[in-house]
Design a protein around this ligand. Structure first.
Ligand code: MGD
Ligand code: MGD
Ligand code: MO
Length: 695
């Protein structure tokens, strides 16, 4: 905050103050409390400084205890994103061929009329299932995301099984173990004595947790990072354990084997609050003695012993579980095994102990009022990871029109080559709603300019903390940009939908989330609200216990006990392609939502792949050269960096970068649309390939 400013933070919502330097009109600065709408577990409360209708500065809001007054290096610069010269200012209609990016402006009325005409004709001839429409996660507001999906629900179109590229595997696996509940409160990590970031690059994707962790470390807590690569988090840990990709279940089971062997289990906790430990102990753990575990994971026996010893010493052990390790063929088993570990020492029973993947399950909100206002309960669901093949292959009826908001699947979905091939279909009427001309938007028939979160008001709830908050809009929409809410309300009215949510302002829709629920507070005025969380982990499984053995999984034909087996399809692929893909969001360019911020693009640098020096040497590849990444799905070209931050046999591709930045293609053109063992998730890291000099 400016040293000269007087800011009254006690008044919620809109805050006005003078700059002492002058009383002229241009010196009015409005400070608006907003909520960061980007896809991130932290959900910052932010203060947007606004002058003459423009955001001039963004800073963290000191009144939010978890995000505590600092914003990450990306969001700090969102004034540049919202006022970027690359913003789309009007609706556009395609002139050239699909993908060429040749468009002419048209009015909103003409654009909406054309969309509605086409949809009505498609519905008349082939029914609503011939339309697929969705909004994805780039606007985390429950109304901007939810109402767009509610609109397609009410229309009875085909719908997206959303989240499969992201968290459905870890969410399902957690649910099968602990139930539909959140994990440990991240704010209690300050009281932990041992903190483990298990497959989670805190510095990149959960930076406010890192700040809390620092407080615990000052009090003497030990910090261990478990990650196949030396991530920026791992390089700052007291100890970095580097298992092979996809072997976390074996690692966790190996640690459990030692805890049992040495009599270090909390038998009382296991008997009272878990189900099936006896079977795990008899049927699974004997196979994970240290020598075999070391062979599978690549973690030396001495390290396994030391890790088990550290873990057994305290119940105040907090495991922050990341999503990355579940994006492999056996990802669900990995999560279930890691989530079982805190039960063995009883860590789930104490404040500062336990595990956290997501907190979503704790928010008992009436989402359906917005997401499912009316329309058929059942419809045809399309897995997000299979978007390309479904658009190409579905019949009875085929998809004739596609509406995408807040998502860039031509870059971020698996089989991105298939996605582009599908988007190029001349008989697919495609509408893309985005603030920017993305790789996906280039294929659209109609592009609609979207606002960013700074131009919208909405209700937010975090997926990595226990806060919810209403965020006001900081500025009026840039150009002719419309929010997701405004677009779907205008479309709903034209399509004749009568549900009240399609004609209410956001501030009234807010109340819908709380109908019949347990939160009675005036959320709009309250600022950041903590919903409360018990110190001991609650279990909402059928048995009311932590289900090490899951009957629900058994009924689905999935192994009911956490286990690890080599994956036959991965083994087969690895015989043909010697390197395994490792992928994770990069710090300055996670996914593509910040691609229009030139400063952040430059800070991230050009798109690269990273190989271990030995792998580069055996292939005669030198740092800084162009290389082709090749497998059965295609070839892409990136700049090579050589570094021992990755293991031998692995190629790391940070982030997902668009066509204008990469030399050719994007990494997801190499990733298969195979699904995980649980939750139908994406398996980006079950991708095998070779790296060669580019010609
Ligand atoms: N600032 C910011 N925050 C974000 C996001 C963002 O774009 N920006 N994106 C958000 C989204 S959508 C998501 S899904 C989350 C994702 O964030 P995380 O949950 O942190 O998951 P990933 O970044 O996918 O992977 C984290 C780490 O897992 C490691 N890893 C990969 N495979 C394995 C494995 O087999 N075993 C182990 N132990 N580790 C492995 C990777 O090397 C990586 O360092 O972050 C969210 N947070
Ligand atoms: N190789 C590989 N691929 C991955 C991953 C990985 O780790 N590795 N991670 C996966 C994961 S976890 C995720 S969540 C996905 C994310 O993938 P995407 O959902 O495609 O995320 P972004 O690339 O950020 O694209 C979001 C788009 O929404 C736009 N947008 C922003 N705000 C708004 C708004 O308010 N309204 C509208 N209409 N549009 C808006 C942005 O400009 C941007 O174009 O990627 C997945 N893909
Ligand atoms: Mo994600």
């Amino acid at each position: 905050m400016d040293g000269t400013a007087q800011l009254d933070l006690s008044a919620p919502g809109l805050l006005l103050f003078w700059l002492k330097t002058g009383l002229e009109r241009e010196n009015y600065v409005t400070v608006v409390r907003v909520v960061c709408g980007h896809d991130c577990p932290d959900m910052c409360s932010l203060l947007a400084h606004v002058k003459e209708g423009r955001v001039t500065r963004i800073e963290g809001d000191p009144r939010q205890p978890f995000t505590a007054g600092f914003a990450c290096a990306k969001v700090n610069r969102d004034a540049q994103l919202v006022h970027s010269a690359e913003r789309l200012l009007t609706p556009l209609r395609r002139k050239g061929s699909k993908g060429a990016g040749d468009f002419a402006p048209l009015t909103w009325d003409d654009a909406l009329d054309e969309i509605v005409d086409r949809w009505q004709s498609i519905i008349r001839s082939e029914g609503p299932l011939a339309i697929l429409g969705y909004a994805y996660s780039a606007h985390q507001g429950q109304i901007n995301r939810g109402l767009a999906n509610g609109f397609f629900h009410a229309l009875g179109t085909s719908r997206l099984l959303a989240g499969t590229v992201c968290d459905t595997c870890c969410e399902t696996a957690w649910e099968m173990t602990a139930g539909a509940v959140g994990g440990s409160d991240p704010e209690t990590v300050t009281e932990s004595e041992l903190v483990i970031a298990w497959g989670c690059d805190l510095m990149a994707t959960n930076v406010h947790f890192w700040a809390k962790l620092e407080q615990a470390r000052k009090k003497g807590a030990m910090f261990i990072a478990i990650d196949p690569r030396r991530s920026s988090t791992a390089s700052r840990a007291d100890w970095h354990i580097a298992p092979r990709i996809g072997t976390d279940a074996a690692l966790a089971l190996g640690i459990m084997h030692i805890l049992v062997r040495d009599g270090k289990c909390d038998r009382d906790y296991l008997a009272k609050l878990t189900l099936g430990f006896d079977r795990l102990e008899a049927e699974v753990l004997p196979r994970f003695a240290p020598p075999r575990t070391a062979e599978i994971t690549g973690v030396p026996v001495a390290d396994l012993e030391r890790f088990a010893d550290c873990y057994a010493k305290t119940r105040k052990s907090f495991i922050r579980i990341g999503e990355g390790m579940t994006r492999v063929a056996q990802g669900g088993q990995a999560l279930r095994a890691v989530a079982t570990l805190p039960a063995l020492t009883g860590a789930y029973g104490v404040r500062g102990g336990g595990a956290l993947v997501l907190t979503l399950g704790a928010f008992d909100l009436n989402y359906n009022a917005v997401r499912k206002p009316s329309g058929p309960a059942e419809t045809r669901m399309i897995n997000h990871s299979r978007l390309g093949s479904d658009l190409l292959e579905l019949k009875d009826p085929p998809i004739r029109s596609l509406f995408i908001a807040a998502n860039n699947p031509a870059v971020t979905c698996p089989e991105a080559g298939k996605v582009r091939k599908a988007l190029a279909r001349e008989d697919l009427f495609t509408i893309v709603h985005d603030p920017f001309m993305t790789d996906t938007a280039r294929f659209a028939d109609i592009v609609l300019p979207a606002t960013t979160y700074l131009e919208t008001e909405d209700f937010y709830r975090s997926y990595g903390t226990y806060y919810m908050q209403y965020g006001e809009r900081a500025i009026e929409p840039v150009g002719e940009a419309w929010s997701n809410v405004r677009v779907v309300q205008a479309l709903a009215s034209r399509m004749g939908l009568r549900d009240d949510v399609f004609s209410m302002p956001e501030s009234e829709i807010l109340a819908k989330f709380f109908e019949g629920g347990r939160f009675g507070t005036n959320v709009r005025e309250a600022g950041p609200l903590h919903i409360g969380c018990s110190d001991a982990q609650e279990f909402r499984t059928p048995s009311g216990k932590l289900e090490i053995y899951s009957e629900t999984l058994e009924k689905q034909g999935i192994a009911p006990l956490p286990d690890w087996h080599p994956d036959p399809a991965d083994e087969e692929a690895s015989r043909r392609w010697p390197l395994r893909l490792l992928t994770a969001p990069s710090y300055f360019q996670p996914h593509t939502a910040f691609a229009a911020n030139e400063f952040l693009r430059r800070r991230e640098g050009e798109p690269v792949c990273i190989l271990h020096p030995d792998d580069a040497q055996t292939r005669n590849l030198v740092d800084g050269s162009d290389v082709d990444l090749v497998n059965d799905r295609g070839t892409i070209t990136l700049r090579l960096r050589v570094s021992d931050e990755v293991q031998r046999g692995v190629v790391l591709v940070p982030g997902q970068r668009g066509s204008r930045e990469t030399r050719s293609g994007t990494v997801n053109m190499l990733c298969s649309d195979r699904l995980t063992d649980m939750g139908e998730g994406a398996t980006y890291q079950s991708t095998w390939l070779e790296v060669r000099a580019s010609r």
